[in-house]
Ligand binder design. Structure first.
Ligand code: ADE
Length: 233
């Protein structure tokens, strides 16, 4: 997959070049192309923003440098703009995007976009109901969630199939050594060797965690008779 990012701060994306995503870049499993759209300005001071028509505080990012930066790309794939007013990003979206050949993100900074910038994108996406100073951190979060789903990125020891949200439930609790930590013991069932019982326990714990912490997720989840019983245990 190739990912293009239009930003005023290309240096902010260094974290994507470390750890598992960094290894994936080195191995050619995905490609990152950072484009500073300030380079596409034509005035001497390289302004990318201007005051809003109709007055008011703050500045507005202009459409022209962003349009020119987009047009400079040989291909764009799906174009995504990051903004608090977009649809909320989730695991389903990450799964969908992980199958794309190319993605292009447009990141604003400090200020809003001229409304016509939205027309250059296929979708506007937010990472939650709070406002950040720019689209760089949201873009990095969304890229991390998406790229880790590309086969070969996580290696074969980690399975994105069993994790939170992929089955509409939160993840079940996990334990590793020591078996007893300051009196807090690993649930006995996990050391029983009975895999059928372990699977059932894990599913029950995933259901319980979802019921406790994210009951909203259960609205879209059809509980079967056995699962209803599990929640009552
Ligand atoms: N830019 C500023 N805040 C944002 C948010 N919550 N999501 C996506 N982009 C943003």
């Amino acid at each position: 997959m190739k990912i293009n990012i239009l930003t005023l701060f290309p240096d902010m994306f260094t974290p994507l070049k470390t750890s598992m995503l960094g290894r994936g870049l080195e191995d050619g499993k995905w490609e990152l192309n950072l484009v500073n759209f300030r380079k596409f300005t034509t005035d001497v001071h390289h302004h990318v923003d201007d005051s809003p028509y109709g007055g008011g505080a703050g500045m507005v990012l202009q459409v022209m440098p962003i349009k020119k930066a987009l047009d400079s790309l040989p291909s764009k794939g799906k174009v995504i703009i990051t903004a608090p007013q977009g649809a909320t990003f989730n695991q389903k979206k990450a799964q969908e995007w992980s199958k794309e050949k190319e993605l292009t993100f447009i990141c604003g900074h400090y200020e809003g976009f001229d409304q016509r910038v939205y027309d250059l994108a296929d979708e506007a996406v937010s990472i939650g109901d709070y406002v950040l100073t720019g689209g760089e951190l949201p873009t990095m979060s969304m890229i991390d969630a998406t790229v880790r789903l590309i086969p070969g990125i996580l290696g074969n020891t980690v399975s994105p199939v069993e994790e939170s949200f992929s089955h509409g439930l939160l993840e079940y609790p996990q334990y590793t050594r020591p078996e007893d930590f300051e009196g807090k013991k690993v649930p006995e069932i996990l050391t029983s060797g009975n895999h059928q019982k372990i699977d059932r326990w894990r599913h029950k714990e995933a259901l319980k965690a979802t019921y406790l912490y994210r009951p909203d997720m259960l609205k879209n989840y059809n509980l079967n008779t056995e699962e209803k019983k599990m929640l009552e245990e």
